[in-house]
Design a protein around this ligand. Structure first.
Ligand code: FDA
Length: 389
């Protein structure tokens, strides 16, 4: 049986960077994955250009039962550190919007960079490999015909199962007695019921909005779909959504002032025509139907206009659910951070066992934050692996 200092399960962003970090510092590392190629989610991310980090990364941009957990790793390996690596490899990049950094060329460059870094560290990568049973009889970890003093779980979450994503991280965690915060689809489109059929009928229409769930608000585009709501604003709030909670959309700012001005300017017009001045026509139609104000604007009272404005500033939906793991960009929840050291990602009660990346109960906003967590937690763990090798 081949011996290593560390076996890393999962050759995604977190596993690749952890392996490279440990290998370059002298650890003998084996990286295993059941997929035929490494970094599959990196390859499809950001529409093929990989939104690899966000300039605004800070712990407040992550959801977790323990909002402080991510701070240490994010501080030690920052967005600027990853950007420096990108630049050292001559990968051209640009900021798209809201601090989101993308490759000018292709996400393939990011995977190639990580593989080059692994090669520099002498990392052995075994693909098409089933994990199977993990034996831990004498303090060493034995898996897939290899043995090591340290085992890193970097197998992500179950989002997009058709790409080979699984919840094996949770099975391994439970097998070693680590608690798991109930996983759920996040950054995911929401579905609407029959009561909102008018909005499902305008699939493809997008509009700038402020989406709210409870106290959380995101100002980005919302998109109406055949099944319900999507677009960045909705994906963002979906991570905070739970069944029974309404989603509130401000589709028109200062609606009251605008509607009163429209009443003065175009008293013979109907609400739908006024709304179409500021919003896509099909959305204006659906909104006018929902508001139910059928008289000419000149014949509407202040109270009626105020009620219409209130609905435009707080259009309330009651989603019936999410589109599930098949469409979720990430999985929220995961291995409970209470079980892990925030410095090394090592399990407190199981020396030598580490968990990193999306498998952990740390979930970023949309916009490059999830990869930054994969990089930061990967480096924190990789350094610890090398220090103990
Ligand atoms: P990741 O899931 O990347 O890697 C896990 C690895 O473990 C995989 O290689 C998998 O094959 C392997 N594995 C799983 N189960 C296994 C098993 N049973 N046996 C063996 N191996 C197993 N984030 C972001 O910041 N910017 C972006 O642009 C995007 N875009 C994006 C688009 C789409 C369509 C999705 C689905 C996701 C994104 N994300 C994103 C999220 C981002 O991809 C995600 O958070 C990171 O890839 C997580 O990295 P990990 O390394 O933790 O897991």
């Amino acid at each position: 049986m081949a011996d290593y200092d560390a076996i890393i399960l999962g050759a995604g962003g977190a596993g690749l960077l952890a392996a490279a970090t440990a290998g370059q510092r002298g650890a003998r590392v084996l990286l295993l994955d059941h997929a035929a190629k490494p970094g599959k989610k990196i390859l499809i991310s950001g529409g093929g250009r990989c939104n690899f980090t966000n300039l605004g990364t800070e712990a407040a941009c992550f959801l977790s039962e323990n909002p402080h957990f991510a701070k240490s790793a994010l501080r030690r390996y920052t967005q600027w550190d990853f950007l420096a690596l990108i630049e050292a490899h001559g990968i051209a990049w640009h900021e798209k919007t809201l601090g989101q950094l993308f490759c000018d060329g292709s996400a393939r460059q990011v995977v190639a960079m990580l593989l080059e870094e692994c090669a520099k560290g002498g990392v052995e990568i075994r693909l098409n490999t089933r994990i199977g049973e993990i034996d831990h009889a004498d303090g060493r970890f034995r898996v897939a015909g290899a043995s090591a003093r340290r085992l890193v779980v970097a197998t992500g979450g179950p989002s997009i199962p058709k790409m080979g994503a699984t919840g094996i991280a949770y099975d391994i965690a439970r097998r070693f007695g680590l608690a798991v915060v109930a996983p759920r689809p996040a950054l995911v489109p929401l579905t609407l019921g029959d009561g909102d059929a008018a909005f499902c009928g305008i699939a493809g229409v997008a509009c700038p909005s402020i989406a709210r769930v409870g106290d959380v608000a995101f100002a980005e585009a919302a998109l109406f779909t055949h099944r319900g709501l999507s677009g960045p604003a909705i994906l963002q709030v979906s991570s905070y959504w739970s069944p029974g909670t309404p989603v509130v959309l401000e589709v028109l700012a200062e609606a009251g002032t605008r509607l009163r001005a429209a009443r003065r300017r175009m008293p013979r017009a109907h609400l739908k025509a006024a709304l179409a001045e500021w919003l896509p026509t099909r959305l204006a139609d659906a909104l006018a139907t929902r508001i139910g104000l059928t008289r000419e604007l000149g014949n509407t009272s202040d109270a009626e206009l105020d009620r219409a404005a209130a609905m435009l500033e707080a259009l309330t939906f009651h989603p019936t659910g999410t589109e599930g793991y098949a469409k979720a960009e990430v999985t929220a929840g995961g291995v409970d951070t209470a079980a892990l050291s925030s410095k090394t990602m090592e399990a407190r009660e199981v020396p030598g066992l580490h968990v990193i990346g999306e498998a952990v109960d740390v979930t970023g906003w949309l916009g490059g934050y999830n990869f930054q967590w994969a990089w930061s937690s990967g480096v924190a763990c990789g350094e610890a692996l090398a220090a103990s090798a």
